[in-house]
Design a protein around this ligand. Sequence first.
Ligand SMILES: NC(=O)c1ccc[n+]([C@@H]2O[C@H](COP(=O)([O-])OP(=O)(O)OC[C@H]3O[C@@H](n4cnc5c(N)ncnc54)[C@H](OP(=O)(O)O)[C@@H]3O)[C@@H](O)[C@H]2O)c1
Length: 288
Amino acid sequence: MKKILLLGANGQLGTDICFVFSSFPQYKIIKVYRRDLDVEKNDIHSFLSQIEFDIIINCTSYHKTDECEDFPAKSLVINSLAIGEIAKYCREHDKVLFHFTTDYLFDGKKSQPYRETDTPNPLNVYGISKLTGEHFIKNHLDQYFIFRVSSLFGKAGASGKGGNFVETMIQLGKQGSTIKVVNDQVMSPTHTLEIARAVFAFIDQDIQEYGVYHCSGEGECSWYDFAKEIFDQLNMEIDLVPVSHSNYPAKAKRPSYSVLDNVKINEIYQMENWKNSLTEYLSRKGHL
Ligand SMILES: NC(=O)c1ccc[n+]([C@@H]2O[C@H](COP(=O)([O-])OP(=O)(O)OC[C@H]3O[C@@H](n4cnc5c(N)ncnc54)[C@H](OP(=O)(O)O)[C@@H]3O)[C@@H](O)[C@H]2O)c1
């Protein structure tokens, strides 16, 4: 039996990873919560050395993008230094590491989906801290998988953000007033269940082509298009108005285009189109 240590087990992605692996008794997921290991405050090495495992999946993250601007030190501790410590432990003890970063590593100057070979140039503290985390992993370890993911929605809702875009839109839609959504930031919405299935495929197929993989819903859309698709699938008639991001000044700059190209990961696990994934999500949540 393979033992998999899952950090951030209660998060949006962590919850779906638990769900996917729960059907396969040949894998044991050891769930770790912040109360067991606070990666900002506790000694990571001594915690990990108390547990027997083969693979570690790290779903912890500090990813309130605007808040990170005010707390760069905290961002760097959780998203960079802590993952550096985890990677060092993995090297010393011959463990495989799965970790997740973000489309916000890119500056959005491209108009074609970003490949793993494109040069990151983050526009905000969150992106800088996640990129630094990638550098630490690459510096310390060979046996790693970094999945860059984007615009997540999952059954549990983001623990760090208090929900997700789909649920926010549905709640606003039920209130019946006009909804304004940004139409000049383009990305790929991604169901966390799909990422969890991709992780499962890598582990179950014993993939050893270590490195960085882009892992997002197939296709692309603006946040406005995403909102429109949510309401269309739910047959909700909403007064939805496209607006520019400049109408909503935010602390953190965001890329205007951050679509990830899945060609590399699709060789191992074919990522689902974001619209189909949305249908699956709405059905799992009982909205359909
Ligand atoms: N959500 C998105 O739209 C998005 C987009 C791009 C990339 N990502 C990346 O995707 C990954 C998964 O995101 P998600 O949406 O699943 O996040 P999430 O639901 O917010 O989960 C984050 C997890 O990290 C834990 N955590 C935070 N600070 C911690 C600390 N100091 N010590 C220990 N645990 C801590 C949280 O525990 P508590 O519940 O106790 O806080 C939670 O379990 C992350 O790497 C994120 O950066 C997310």
